[in-house]
Design a protein around this ligand. Sequence first.
Ligand code: SF4
Ligand code: SF4
Length: 161
Amino acid sequence: MKNFIRIFLEGTITNIKRILFASDRVTDMELRSKILGGRIVPTEKVAEVSCIGCGGCANACPTKAITMVKLPEPIKLMEGLVKDQIPQLDSFKCVNCYYCHDFCPLYALFGEAGTIHPNDVGIVESDISQLLKQPVKISDDKIAFISQYLSDSAILKKRKE
Ligand code: SF4
Ligand code: SF4
């Protein structure tokens, strides 16, 4: 009985933290509040230059508002990494949940402004080849969680079954 009460309380506390502090998200509250308050100047819907084309945003989007479109010419970002697609956002399907932003590895792993967001996060000027060489800034657990969304969408479909 004691164990049951402990598990119940832990679950309740975790859920309260999720609701109040968005504790399972990467995007910090300050950035969220800026986005929601319209204090970030909207720019292009997708910062094409910084995007590495991983497809994580499209996989993470619950409303399928993001489609990955093939580039006419693949771009070599660094040794072993070629970008051949970029996300296209359908604003009508977007429900502003910020999952795309949270799961974009540029933001999630390196703490740089994310490259896709319904309201955008301002101009992104990262040097991608340098950024990818940097150590990541999040825990191994979080990486494992986020990496599920960066994988192939067929794998994701299987995971849901
Ligand atoms: S914010 Fe919009 S585009 Fe991004 S994951 Fe949510 S619904 Fe999809
Ligand atoms: S998650 Fe970020 S880097 Fe990956 S395709 Fe989407 S915008 Fe580009």
